[in-house]
Design a protein around this ligand. Structure first.
Ligand SMILES: Nc1nc2c([nH]c(=O)n2[C@@H]2O[C@H](COP(=O)(O)OP(=O)(O)OP(=O)(O)O)[C@@H](O)[C@H]2O)c(=O)[nH]1
Length: 131
């Protein structure tokens, strides 16, 4: 039986100079130390947009407007299968990491040299011609 994929939403946020916001997974979590787009799991009662707004508020202390879905991939990790969807998002106010996690802004070409979560590598492959 194929495993049921857990829905995960993530944000593609750019600053005025075109750099992209990433967060580093904190120690103790699966894939600790790897970079990812900010976001998290969608709860059963939420739409993807609601989940992403909640995650950005909880993780980065910002409110956000969620735009169009850019890409979506399925990935099997040893402990979970995820369906990861990346949405454009506009954030309001300064990013203040709420969980002690490292965050940073990267130029598009710098993303390709980062240690990313494996699912994000797949996303990047889809997006590489348009970022
Ligand atoms: N947020 C986020 N998660 C990602 C990305 N790429 C990726 O493989 N994941 C995986 O998707 C899952 C999301 O879990 P999470 O830990 O961020 O979500 P959460 O905060 O809602 O859940 P938790 O309370 O169980 O920790 C993890 O297995 C994580 O490794 C990404 O770009 N952003």
């Amino acid at each position: 039986m194929p495993k049921k994929a857990v829905p995960v939403v993530a944000a593609f946020v750019r600053d005025v100079s075109g750099r992209i916001l990433l967060a580093r997974r904190p120690p103790g979590k699966a894939r600790a130390g790897l970079w990812e787009f900010p976001g998290g799991k969608v709860k059963p009662e939420e739409t993807p947009e609601e989940a992403l707004k909640r995650e950005l508020q909880e993780e980065l202390g910002v409110s956000a407007e969620v735009g169009q879905k850019l890409a979506s991939v399925t990935h099997d990790y040893p402990e979970v299968t995820i369906e990861l969807s990346l949405y454009e998002a506009l954030i309001k106010g300064p990013v203040v990491p709420q969980e002690g996690q490292e965050v940073a802004w990267f130029k598009p070409r710098e993303l390709f040299d980062l240690e990313l979560c494996p699912a994000d590598r797949k996303l990047l492959k889809i997006l590489e011609t348009c970022i």
